[in-house]
Every structure is written in structure tokens, then in C-alpha cells.
Design a protein around this ligand. Structure first.
Ligand code: ADP
Length: 494
């Protein structure tokens, strides 16, 4: 990746973008638009259609028509596979262009955006494309005069609502398996991170996806998202975002057609360091990356550091050293290691958490203030708060920013009790060289994933999903496909 290539791409003017419905760009029915503000410098870079309920209806009707006439839902698995593999190739070929586009509106540092957004989206389409012709139905073990067949039927129209932190990665985790299973989709990206997903919808047509199968409606959550979730013709809803919105989606489902809702709702993930960790210096380095990468705007971020009291002081000093060494700056500068906070609203919310934590008695060890204000962009350095108590807001609530809450513990039981004492259950980390303890921790921590002697690593082969109020259902792996199929039984008297 060359800085000069990035600079050329960022200098290109961005045309205003409409919805993508039935294979074509459409303005909002009332012509309304939303400004897209870049977190890099706080300036407007383009505008997108501000969707209305009528736009959502149009997109849902297009998805329904495509589903019912079978142009995709009844296409041969080998034909669907070919399209998804081609789409993966197209994304890969244009990965830098797509990554830069995404960074312009979401602020993620370009090295990470290239890998975790564009290239990971390509890998996701390839993974589910490959899966299409390897999933079999079942023949039930019935009596000999009966043939019991269990078919995997696509559910129909999938509504997908995704957030701004990794729009392409998270969007692909939903779009790819939904398409692989033969469904049609109406996607609503976050209003502040729609550009790269609109690009994917265009490339899907180039790859051979029939028009109408994959539609994108842009605009606000409270209008477009709500209309999608209330639609009587959307069969399931898949969502990643905040718990507050997740609750609303369940209400919308109850008020409409009882569509199934799969919710990934973030976390307050404990990263637990025992004194017998195999390599404390490495543990500090990886733990710092586990909270600070992408400015902490990661659902599985290890945002609560629980450290054994014997090593607390030295470990916190080491974490602070890493925090201070990160170069925060323009996300399209290859020298930056951490880019921008996504928006002014998020920046203010992050800073507010720091102020409240200090008021509750925590100590600010490093960071905690806005930086690079002269750029007009939204930047905040990695921030470490120690002495955070279980009842504190910083212990209980997801910041979704670069703020680490540190708490010490005395023994394994206390570590487990602290780890489990929030309403979340998405991810966790444990650092120990005691194999039995590692297994006990994996078994006793209530979370969708427990990392051992590392933090934050994963690939497509393993599922991601939360327990407790972190949500339900799974993205990634073949388990993700379960959401996008209905099981249909044929009971045949022979
Ligand atoms: P975050 O705090 O990460 O922005 P949100 O839950 O607000 O999380 O946003 C995640 C996605 O949910 C975005 O696409 C947003 O537009 C959408 N959204 C927000 N409010 C609603 C709502 N009331 N109904 C449906 N979708 C919504």
C-alpha cells in the first residue's frame, strides 16, 4: 500500500449517493438528503439520500418480488456460488478504493480498514460462496413406510441494520450468508457510514447478482431503521448496534409481524491478567491493542482490565506506556496507528465518561482529553483509568471509545465474580500459564468468546455472538447460516 495511491483516492470528489433499489440509484421519495461529515476534519464530504418509510416499502417490495420469482432464491447453488465468488474477487481487486471510501466517512485507520473492512469482506463473500454447495438437507430416521425430509428453505426478505464502526466487515457477515442461503435483502447502513456498503451493492450487480435481490436504503435509524423493523413483509431482522436500539427492534417486531430478531449488542468485556501470565510484557502489548485499536470502537474491545493485585502497578505502567506510544492522527496517513473517533457526538460521550469516572473516584493515568482539535477532526488518545469500582458507570457501561477501566482482584473467584458482574456477555480474555485455571475461566465466564493468552483474535471459522444483554444469534462460521434458513419438513407416506 502506497501513500501516494491513498492520496490520489482521497482527493477524488465524492458524488452524492442515492438508495440502491432494484439495481439502480434512487433519490429519496421527498428528495431529502443527509450530509456526510468526515471525522478526519469535520468537513462535509458528500450527501446521501435521507430515506422515508415509502423508500423502505419500495426496497422491501423489490426484495420480495425478486424472492418470489426465484431469480436468486431458486437459482442453482453452483450459480449462486459463482456470483458470490466473483463478488469477492471484485472487492479484492478494488480493496484500496473501497477501504479509502470507508475511512472517509467512518475514520478507521487505513491499514486496519484495508484488512478488516475491504479484505475481510472479500474473504466473507468467498467463505459463504464456497459454503453454498456444501450444505445438505436431512433424511429423518422414520419408520420404513414414511420418508421424512428436512429442507433448508431461505426465509425470504432479510432486513439488516448495521453500525458505523466496521460497516463492511459486519455488513458482509450478514449479507454474505443471507445471500448464500438464497434470500433477498434490504440493508440499512448507519447514516454516518453508508458509502462503502453502497459500493458493495453496485459491485454485486457487476458480479451477476440479479437486480432487486440486494437493496440498500440509507438514512436515519429512527425513520428508515424503524420502518424496516416494522415492515409486515420483512421476515427476519439481523442487527448489530446498541442495546437501546436492540430493545426497540424487539418492540417493533412485536407490533408488526413477529419477525425473528437477531441482535449483536456490544459488550463491556473483561480482560483478566493473572500474575502467572506466560509473558507479561506481551500481555500488556496485546491488551493495549485489544482496547485501543480503532479508537476502542470495537464491539469485542477488552474495555475492562482486571489485574491481579500483585502485578497491578507494574502492569498498569506498562499499559500506559503502550497507550502513549500509539500515534493517533489522520486515518489516511500510513504513519497513523489509530485514526479518528467516529463523530463529534461519540467524542463528547467518551470525554463525558472520563469526567464521570473521575467524579466517582477513578484515577486518570493517561489520555482523557481531545487532541488535534486544529484539524477540525475528532481525535482522542488512548485513555487509562485505574481504581474503577464495580458500581461505577465506567465499569458497567460500554463507552465504545478508547477508554480502559482498570480494576484489581485478589484471587480467581473474585476475578470470575468481577468478570460476570455486568449485564453484558460478548467477549473476555484470560492470561495465565495454568492450563487448569484457563479451562476453569473459560467455563465460568459468561461470554460468547473467551480468549486465552491473547486478545481479540478470531477468523471466519468461529462464531461470534453474545450472551446476556449482548444479544443472541451468531455471525461468522457455518452457524451464521442457521438464521437465514427455515427448516421445512416433508412427511411423505410411502
Ligand atoms: P450506535 O450507538 O453504535 O450508533 P445504534 O444502535 O444507534 O448504535 O445504531 C446502529 C444502527 O441502528 C444504525 O444503522 C442506526 O441508524 C440504527 N438505528 C438507530 N436507531 C434505530 C431505530 N430506532 N430503529 C431502527 N434502527 C435504528
Amino acid at each position: 500500500m502506497q501513500q501516494s495511491d491513498i492520496d490520489v483516492l482521497r482527493a477524488q470528489p465524492l458524488a452524492a449517493r442515492g438508495h440502491f433499489i432494484n439495481g439502480q440509484s434512487h433519490d429519496a421519495t421527498d428528495g431529502a438528503t443527509l450530509d456526510v461529515i468526515s471525522p478526519i476534519d469535520g468537513k462535509k464530504i458528500t450527501q446521501i439520500a435521507a430515506g422515508t418509510p415509502a423508500d423502505v416499502d419500495k426496497a422491501v417490495a423489490s426484495a420480495r418480488a425478486a424472492f418470489e420469482d426465484g431469480r436468486w432464491s431458486k437459482a442453482a447453488p453452483s450459480a449462486r456460488k459463482k456470483v458470490l465468488l466473483k463478488l469477492a474477487d471484485l472487492i479484492e481487486q478494488r480493496a484500496l478504493e473501497i477501504a479509502v471510501l470507508g475511512v472517509m466517512d467512518n475514520g478507521t485507520e487505513i491499514n486496519m480498514a484495508f484488512k478488516a473492512e475491504a479484505m475481510s469482506a472479500a474473504a466473507t463473500f468467498r467463505y459463504y460462496g464456497e459454503a453454498i454447495d456444501k450444505i445438505y438437507g436431512e433424511i429423518a430416521p422414520t419408520a420404513p413406510n414414511i420418508l421424512g425430509l428436512v429442507h433448508h428453505s431461505p426465509v425470504g426478505v432479510v432486513g439488516a441494520i448495521v453500525p458505523w464502526n466496521f460497516p463492511l466487515m459486519i455488513g458482509s457477515w450478514k449479507i454474505a450468508p443471507a445471500l448464500a442461503a438464497g434470500n433477498s435483502i434490504v440493508l440499512k447502513p448507519a447514516e454516518s457510514a453508508s458509502l462503502s456498503l453502497l459500493k458493495i451493492a453496485e459491485l454485486a450487480i457487476e458480479a451477476g447478482l440479479p437486480e432487486g435481490v440486494f437493496n440498500v436504503v440509507t438514512g436515519s435509524g429512527s425513520v428508515v431503521g424503524e420502518a424496516l423493523a416494522l415492515s409486515m413483509d420483512v421476515d427476519i431482522l439481523v442487527f448489530t448496534g446498541s442495546g437501546a436500539t436492540g430493545r426497540k427492534l424487539l418492540e417493533y417486531s412485536a407490533r408488526s409481524n413477529l419477525k425473528r430478531c437477531y441482535l449483536e449488542l456490544g459488550g463491556k468485556s473483561p480482560n483478566i491478567v493473572f500474575a502467572d501470565a506466560p509473558d507479561l510484557a506481551n500481555a500488556a502489548k496485546i491488551s493495549a491493542a485489544g482496547i485501543f485499536r480503532n479508537s476502542g470502537q470495537v464491539c469485542v474491545a477488552g474495555s475492562r482490565l482486571l489485574v491481579h493485585e500483585d502485578i497491578h502497578d507494574e502492569f498498569v505502567t506498562e499499559i500506559c506506556r503502550h497507550a502513549e506510544n500509539y500515534k493517533v492522527g489522520d486515518p489516511l496517513d500510513l504513519n497513523s496507528q489509530i485514526g479518528a473517533v467516529h463523530s463529534q457526538h461519540e467524542l463528547e460521550a467518551n470525554l463525558d465518561f472520563v469526567i464521570k469516572a473521575e467524579a466517582e473516584g477513578a484515577q486518570r493515568r493517561t489520555g482523557g482529553e481531545r487532541i488535534l482539535q486544529e484539524t477540525g477532526g475528532y481525535y482522542m488518545p488512548p485513555t487509562v483509568m485505574s481504581g474503577v469500582k464495580p458500581k461505577d458507570q465506567l465499569f458497567q457501561n460500554e463507552v465504545f471509545g478508547p477508554v480502559l477501566a482498570v480494576t484489581s482482584f485478589k484471587d480467581e473467584n473474585e476475578a470470575i465474580q468481577l468478570a460476570n458482574s455486568t449485564s453484558y456477555g460478548l467477549a473476555a480474555g484470560v492470561w495465565t500459564s495454568n492450563l487448569s485455571r484457563a479451562h476453569r475461566m473459560v467455563s465460568n465466564i459468561r461470554a460468547g468468546v473467551v480468549h486465552v493468552n491473547t486478545y481479540g483474535g478470531a477468523d471466519l471459522t468461529v462464531p461470534l455472538g453474545g450472551v446476556k444483554q449482548s444479544g443472541n444469534g451468531h455471525d461468522k462460521s457455518l452457524h451464521a447460516m442457521d438464521k437465514y434458513f427455515d427448516l421445512k419438513t416433508a412427511w411423505i407416506q410411502l
